[in-house]
Ligand binder design. Structure first.
Ligand code: ACM
Ligand code: ZN
Length: 782
């Protein structure tokens, strides 16, 4: 018995040792991956292993104990190890946390020393200790962030000496929860991520034209009326946070050393509030929360004292909810149209000696700043608050560019840099033909990373007025809340590094390497982040003899995998190595794979062998087109079935079918209609042609080549192609003048673009390429 027992034990010990010797970390766990990158890291020999006997040594400071408990609870989930705390120093196996006011580091800085024996973290404040432990998490394998138990991992920390502190005190993230409401749970999930990357400000954009999202007890209609909008398709979009929920989020953020800055928009972007209380506008409504994106003309009246009373009351109610010193009062994009014709606003200007409506806006914002000051709070506003002058104490958030921030810092005001070109995460991260629809523009992570928050035009003696930088996430196109994760990550990690890491320590190549590790941490929190997809070909490819499809990813990935038999690709699927050649019909499914084995969304591409579609023989043609118009609310082309009344008229060009194009502010429902534009397109030579359009449908020779039904008519991803013989071909374009998911199609010029497969660039189909025989009757079906 005894011998068997001994043998078993020996065998077990042998297996354990053998396993440890054979253990090789996953590639993404190799090296030092701390992100944002610390100020100084010295790597030493050896490692420290976290196990059941490891103990936090916290002294008797309650705040340090709380920080230790926070990380113990995180580590318990992934490692299963329940780390205990004790107050006395240990010889071995310790994580020692010490406050030391003599350290020459700022309040957020820390030192971390790890050896075979243990880890020692020192800081001047509990916040510094928090960041030190955050770094300790980043020294562990990325799986330490898992929310469930991970086995077969060495929970080891390499021996290092780190000295670290942030470059900027403002490392911010802004989230718009108004255009699309974001649930409390999702907000907390974002706060968890901010915490991992040492982002310390959460700017919560709570009120908008499209929805008011915070309970105000004195004005209940703000949420009973102002938090719900009826979309153009009749569906509703609603949601708001109770004050209890707000407190819960603020406390959750505070536990992670994140300050929450509420934003109450004024004087513009206020239509949801005006829908609830129309008397606060210049012309008194009635209004409903806005259902298209963009900028609303109706704003708070600057002439009525009731408006200031209302806003003071709102501030009074939220003061107990948001303990941080900064409050954001908006100030952006506030059209002056109503103020110009409002007797009360004009009276106010006269009485206050204001020269124009910009000075009236300045009066408005300065008056609100005084309200905040009464509560010992500081005001932040978007850079439009510079118009008409600001007080010396207002903080400017520069978004339209860097100019506002430069001017304000040079004038001695504190600023936060959030210029759209670098910091607006509502832009595409990859190809707009492939990525879910956004507001537009391309913002690769490298561009975010390379942003420098102190522009050269800021006088060096004023550079300290730049508190830091901030990314923003506007939610017009966040149709599902997971898309907020897709837009934000991993780009917000670049924000973390550009605001934390010393300028001369930044290194994009190394950041890209560390990103492989950080994405596994995001996996631990089930984040649906952006993964570069195979780009190049669009989703439908016609060919005559053969099609050669070449793919690339906007950022390196481990590999691309694909199938051509209709099955979903998986990790074992064929690896893309060179351009794919097709000589017969096929369905290609292709995806990217990250180093940890996570796949991107799968792209499906239909590849079709076609004969040249014959040109049409027709006579008596002249340049132009014919359109048939039916008035009414049509959201899809299928809504046109059964429409009996069509009015027909000739057109010179496609663009002429919609010349209204003016809905900046109000929707003109009288324009809601369908245009079915018909004629012929002259194809100059035999070949395969690609078509692209934001219109609802494009038909060539009675074949549906582009179908945007069910899509936002913004940046169409539904390019189509067809093999066409030289000569005339039937063309039909369907345009629905409507509002669909916040996008007003009236904002589109009607256009179809064409390119021959052998050409790189699309050209618009111009008037000289379209012909008609004067009637639309030849094409009767939709
Ligand atoms: C803004 O993007 N309107 C601040
Ligand atoms: Zn007014």
């Amino acid at each position: 018995m005894k011998i068997r027992y001994f043998l078993t034990l020996s065998l077990l010990a042998f297996v354990v040792v053998a396993c440890q010797e054979k253990y090789t970390p996953a590639s993404y766990n190799e090296g030092i991956n701390i992100t944002p990158k610390p100020l100084e890291v010295k790597e030493n020999e050896g490692s420290f292993f976290v196990n059941e006997e490891t103990t936090f040594v916290t002294g008797d400071d309650e705040r340090i104990q709380q920080v230790a408990d926070f990380f113990a609870s995180k580590l318990k989930k992934s490692t299963g190890i329940a780390l205990q705390s004790q107050s006395e120093i240990k010889e071995n196996n310790f994580i020692l946390l010490t406050l030391d006011s003599n350290l020459s580091l700022n309040e957020e800085g820390y030192t971390l020393n790890s050896t075979n024996k243990g880890v020692s973290i020192k800081a001047t404040s509990p916040k510094g200790i928090f960041y030190g432990l955050n770094t300790l998490m980043q020294l562990l394998p990325a799986e330490a962030e898992s929310q469930s138990l991970v086995n077969n991992i060495n929970w080891s920390i390499p021996a290092v000496e780190i000295k670290d502190e942030p470059r900027f005190s403002w490392r911010g993230f802004h989230l718009d929860v108004c255009r699309h409401f974001i649930s409390l749970e999702e907000v907390k999930k974002h706060i968890d991520m901010l915490s991992i990357f040492k982002i310390n400000k959460f700017h919560w954009h709570l009120t908008e034209d499209q929805g008011w999202r915070i309970e105000i007890k004195k004005y209940p209609q703000l949420t009973t009326v102002g938090s719900t909008r009826v979309e153009a398709d009749g569906s509703t979009h609603a949601g708001f946070y109770t004050q209890e929920e707000i407190k819960e989020v603020v406390a959750y953020a505070a536990e992670r050393y994140i300050d929450v800055i509420p934003e109450i928009e004024m004087p513009g972007h206020a239509l949801a509030a005006l829908s609830a209380y129309p008397e606060l506008s210049c012309n008194e409504g009635p209004f409903t929360p806005r259902i298209i994106w963009g900028v609303e003309t109706d704003v708070f009246c600057a002439g009525k004292d009731e408006v200031f009373t209302f806003l003071e009351d709102v501030i009074e109610e939220i003061i107990p909810l948001f303990p941080y010193e900064y409050y954001h009062m908006g100030g952006d994009e506030s059209p002056k149209d109503r103020w110009k014709t409002c007797a009360r606003c004009q009276n106010r200007m006269k009485k206050e000696g204001l020269h124009d409506e910009h000075e009236l806006q300045s009066y408005f914002m300065t008056r609100m700043e005084k309200v905040l000051k009464k509560h010992d709070k500081k005001m932040i506003g978007w850079d439009e608050i510079l118009e008409g002058g600001i007080s010396s104490s207002a903080n400017v958030m520069s978004w339209r560019g860097e100019e506002g921030g430069i001017a304000a810092a040079n004038a001695g005001n504190d600023v936060i840099m959030a210029p759209g070109a670098w910091m607006y995460l509502d832009k595409y991260e990859g190809d707009y033909k492939i990525d879910p629809v956004t507001i537009g523009g391309l913002l690769p992570i490298k561009k975010v990373y390379n942003y420098e928050p102190i522009p050269a035009d800021i006088d060096s003696s004023k550079a300290h007025h730049v508190l830091g930088a901030q990314t923003t996430l506007w939610s017009e196109y966040i149709y599902q809340e997971e898309l907020s994760e897709y837009r934000m990550y991993p780009r917000a990690i670049a924000l973390a590094e550009l605001t934390w890491t010393a300028k001369d320590k930044k290194d994009y190549k190394d950041f890209e390497r560390r990103l492989n590790n950080q994405m596994v941490r995001l996996d631990g929190h089930d984040m649906d982040y952006y993964i570069p997809m195979p780009e190049g070909p669009t989703s439908q490819i016609a060919f005559i003899d053969s099609a050669i499809l070449e793919f690339k990813t906007p950022r390196p990935v481990d590999r691309m995998v694909y199938t051509t038999d209709g099955r979903e690709p998986n990790l074992d699927s064929r690896v893309y190595q060179e351009p794919l050649v097709f000589r017969s019909d096929a369905t290609l499914k292709i995806a990217s794979v990250l180093p940890q084995g996570k796949m991107s969304r799968i792209r499906t591409i239909s590849i079709e062998k076609q004969e040249l579609s014959a040109a049409v023989e027709t006579k008596a043609l002249k340049q132009g087109l014919v359109t048939k118009t039916a008035y009414g609310k049509f959201l899809n082309t299928s809504d046109l079935e059964g429409v009996m009344e069509w009015q027909e008229k000739p057109l010179d060009s496609l663009a002429q079918a919609n010349t209204t194009l003016y809905w900046g502010f109000v929707i003109d429902e009288n324009q809601f209609r369908a245009e079915v534009i018909e004629g012929y397109i002259n194809i100059p030579e035999d070949g395969v042609y690609f078509f692209s359009s934001n219109q609802d449908q494009v038909w060539i020779d009675d074949a549906l080549v582009i179908n945007n039904d069910g899509y936002v008519k913004r940046f169409s991803q539904n390019d189509g192609s067809k093999a066409l013989a030289k000569g005339l071909h039937k063309l039909k374009v369907i345009y629905l003048n409507n509002v669909y998911r916040g996008w007003a199609s009236d904002w589109n010029t009607i256009e179809v673009q064409i390119r021959k497969s052998t050409h790189e660039d699309f050209q618009p189909i111009t008037a000289d390429m379209t012909f008609t025989n004067g009637t639309a009757a030849l094409l009767t079906s939709n």
